[in-house]
Design a protein around this ligand. Structure first.
Ligand code: GAP
Length: 492
């Protein structure tokens, strides 16, 4: 225990054991896109399941949703993304490589921490005034940059086959807006009452200027977002609640407390929609300061629902403009705006209002990377190095490995029967190849918490050994109690 994990160790393990591959590798790869292999997809599914269990299943006040990735273009006008979702970049005049201005480092600056959230263009502008001492991360040239310019982060695509019915769409850069757009639908079809939340897990896409560190920042990624609707005045209480709840989720799933921290946002780095924001940061083994954002928790106020009410009032104008957003201004908040279609009516108080929103927004890929990094360990056992992933049982891709000690004396048949029985409950792996010690090591490296071995004694007394990954201790368990024994140990 206690070894400092390097990103190279994780990348190499992921490739070797089929957790994560470079996308389109047979064609030379596609930058910043990754594929999850057989172990990786189980890991990622388990992260999503654990999030859904904590955020939706275990709570009475949250419902789920799965929205389409392509949405009406006005959604992104209303949310502010078409106008404001951009990074400020500068191009090095020597090598022509473009870098995010907030990622440029001073010539003499000590490894400053790089914050990964997209800061508002205004605050980036304010901080970018002087690039004369900044270093190009590609060629090392100092102070030779073009004027900073905004670079739009949303991917665009075209929908429709005919010239007169086709339009430009955006590939969603966050899942949150699908939730806001369905706020009314959920209110009308369920019995939710404020305070309540709507949760969603799904893919998002951003044309990031700088991608980095394996699956940490990619152009296609998965988010797990909760929009928690509450009455103004209770928003600060719920903000506190979600900060605590989300931090605990990571530690409950095994991330070491010393590798996690909160980082409050300064007023000048808040996104355009936020009244307050805090990041849960993880000490990743890369970058200039190691601490990097894992999840953001923001108080989005009533900004989004208000904006979508304005967007709804803009639809006719958009049609008149040939379904084009160019030069379109959102309708204003005239009239009975507070009582509009995205307001909420409190029956008991006989009061109508547009709710506030607290948003915990997590990255599934980033969480998967943090779970991998935190679980990775190497130790010497009887003169040999043992590599292992000390995953929490809920996260482990394979829960139980099943082996016959040798391939004779009826052991494979018994082991197969046990495997067929266990796989109804857990994801299991059957292996009869090579020395049993090697098979244990392979499962250790995959993070499998338990291995069941059928041996000579099984034939005599119907017991098997159950080996614990972390302690390597073995206990004998009767085959008829094996399912209940493992269910208890795995908490499944
Ligand atoms: N709806 C709010 C929102 O999207 P964000 O801070 O931009 O906020 C939330 O993103 C989370 O999504 C981040 O904390 C991170 O875990 C994940 N994320 C954002 N951009 C990412 C990228 N390019 N690659 C991987 N994960 C990303």
């Amino acid at each position: 225990m206690g070894k400092i994990t390097k990103l190279e160790d994780i990348v190499s393990l992921c490739k070797r054991r089929g957790f994560i591959f470079q996308s389109s590798e047979i064609y030379g790869g596609l930058a910043s896109c990754y594929d999850y292999g057989p172990l990786g997809v189980e890991l990622k599914n388990n992260v999503k399941k654990a999030w859904w269990k904590a955020v939706v299943q275990m709570r009475d006040d949250i419902v789920g949703l799965d929205c389409s990735i392509l949405m009406h273009p006005l959604v992104w006008k209303a949310s502010g993304h078409t106008d404001k979702f951009a990074d400020l970049i500068a191009e090095c005049k020597k090598c022509n490589v473009r870098t995010r201005v907030d990622h440029l480092k001073e010539r003499v600056e000590e490894a400053a921490e790089e914050h990964t959230k997209h800061v508002s263009i205004e605050s980036a502008m304010a901080r970018a005034e002087d690039l004369s001492n900044k270093v190009c991360p590609n060629c090392g040239t100092v102070g030779k940059f073009t004027e900073p310019m905004p670079f739009k982060l949303m991917f665009e695509t075209q929908m429709g086959a005919n010239v007169d019915d086709s339009m430009t769409l955006y590939i969603r850069p966050e899942t949150a807006q699908g939730i806001f757009a369905n706020f009314r639908n959920v209110l009308d079809t369920t019995r939710v009452k404020i305070p309540f939340g709507i949760a969603q897990i799904g893919k998002s896409f951003r044309n990031e200027v700088t991608t980095k560190a394996f699956i940490f920042r990619t152009r296609e990624f998965e988010q797990a977002e909760l929009e928690f609707f509450c009455e103004q005045g209770t928003d600060e209480k719920w903000y506190e609640h979600w900060r605590r709840a989300r931090f605990k989720w990571y530690t409950d799933l095994g991330l070491k407390k010393e590798n996690l921290r909160f980082r409050e946002h300064e007023a000048n780095e808040l996104a355009h929609y936020a009244k307050a924001c805090v990041d849960i940061e993880y000490r990743f083994p890369f970058g200039s300061g190691d601490w990097q954002e894992l999840e953001g928790i923001a108080n989005r106020t009533d900004y989004d629902l208000r904006q979508h009410q304005r967007g709804m009032r803009t639809v006719n104008k958009w049609y008149e403009n040939n379904r084009d957003l160019t030069n379109i201004e959102l309708a204003d908040e005239a009239g009975d705006f507070e009582k509009g279609p995205l307001s909420y009516f409190n029956d008991e108080q006989k009061k109508r209002y547009i709710p506030y929103v607290i948003e915990p927004s997590a990255g599934i890929d980033r969480s998967a990377l943090a779970f991998l990094v935190d679980a990775y360990d190497e130790e010497m056992v009887r003169g040999e190095q043992r590599n292992l992933l000390r995953f929490h049982t809920a996260i482990a891709p394979i829960k139980v490995g099943v082996f016959p000690l040798v391939k004779r004396d009826g052991m494979p048949e018994i082991a197969r029967n046990i495997y067929d029985d266990l796989k109804r409950y857990f994801n299991c792996f059957y292996d009869e190849k090579g020395a049993v010690g090697r098979r244990y090591r392979r499962q250790d490296e995959a993070g499998t918490p338990f291995c069941v071995t059928v041996d000579g004694q099984t034939i005599k007394d119907n017991t098997v050994t159950v080996r614990d990954r972390d302690s390597m201790d073995q206990v004998r368990v009767s085959t008829d109690k094996l399912v209940s024994h493992l269910r208890e140990k795995l908490d499944l």
